[in-house]
Design a protein around this ligand. Structure first.
Ligand code: IPD
Ligand code: CA
Ligand code: CA
Ligand code: CA
Length: 283
């Protein structure tokens, strides 16, 4: 049962194939992983399934495209400095694959079926393919630069809300507890009274996919990495939405603090975060 396996060697076909294969395997291991490691603290976890899935994806991609570069969470050192240096090393590559094998590891570890595989391909720093797969719901999100975004072949469109007060907004809690968590809590305190309600999904990639499908009006989070954002950002752009950093600058691969919305509410959300001094851009 491998519904998305396609024989074509196109970039998108390979990305879909990798996401589907890894996703099925990850799902088959839900509740039965063997090894739980902490990366920095008990807030930041990794299992052998994260590592195995990344290896599987990497092997498949490099089999098809041996001269392409690869950036994956589990083959990058821990922390912002390691991520920045890994990105710096590959940023200029002609073709760069950016992979989060399981986005939502904490959910995965607890058996909460809200996690995803995120795969993006950048060409000279510009994202040209983005694929997110949610194995629990069997939802496959695919975007190609300039060609739109689709969930199982159906075109996606961001939601229509024009004002924050009508909006459903998601965020995510940073794992770093000293500076970033308090900042995020202050952000929630500022945003919550202004919106219809707030959600935390626990997978940044899925949250972005939900903005692209219009299930969420917007999302913001601090201190993310390229592998959390790259695929979802293209999904949103191709669905008519907008993605910037929390200072309002256009998305690029180095963005860590993100605002992603249907476009209509973008400036309003940005203003609320800025006025509350919780953009994290001065850290
Ligand atoms: C995490 C998830 C989570 C977000 C964290 C990320 P991981 O990724 O996207 O929703 O709040 O900041 O690190 O570690 O599960 O791949
Ligand atoms: Ca992630
Ligand atoms: Ca991950
Ligand atoms: Ca992780």
């Amino acid at each position: 049962q491998e519904p998305y396996i396609v024989s074509s060697k196109s970039f998108t076909a390979v990305a879909i194939n990798c996401a589907a294969k890894a996703g099925e395997w990850i799902k088959s291991k839900l509740g039965s992983y063997e090894k739980l490691d902490i990366k920095v603290s008990t807030h930041d976890l990794v299992t052998e399934v994260d590592k195995g899935a990344e290896k599987l994806i990497r092997r498949l991609i490099l089999t098809h495209f041996p001269d392409h570069a690869f950036l994956g969470e589990e083959s990058t050192g821990i922390g912002a400095a390691a991520a920045a240096s890994a990105l710096h090393d590959v940023e200029e590559s002609e073709y760069l694959w950016i992979v989060d094998p399981i986005d939502g590891t904490t959910n995965y570890v607890h058996g909460l079926p809200l996690y995803s595989v995120s795969i993006a391909l950048a060409h000279k720093g510009e994202i040209i393919v983005g694929v997110i797969y949610d194995p629990s719901r069997d939802e496959l999100y695919v975007a190609e630069k300039g060609k739109g975004a689709y969930v199982h072949g159906v075109p996606m469109k961001v939601s229509k809300e024009q004002k924050l007060e009508d909006s459903l907004i998601a965020t995510g809690f940073p794992t770093e507890q000293t500076v970033l968590l308090p900042l995020n809590l202050a952000g929630i305190q500022a945003v919550a009274p202004r919106v219809r309600n707030i959600r935390t999904i626990g997978s940044a990639a899925l949250s972005l996919a939900y903005v692209a499908t219009g299930r969420l009006s917007g999302f913001w989070e601090l201190n993310l990495n390229a592998w959390d954002l790259a695929a979802g950002m293209l999904l949103i752009q191709e669905s008519g939405g907008r993605v910037t950093d929390t200072a309002g600058n256009p998305y690029h691969l180095g963005v860590r603090n993100v605002i992603a919305t249907n476009g209509h509410i973008h400036d309003e959300l940005h203003t609320v975060l800025e006025q509350a001094n919780v953009t994290g851009m001065d850290l």
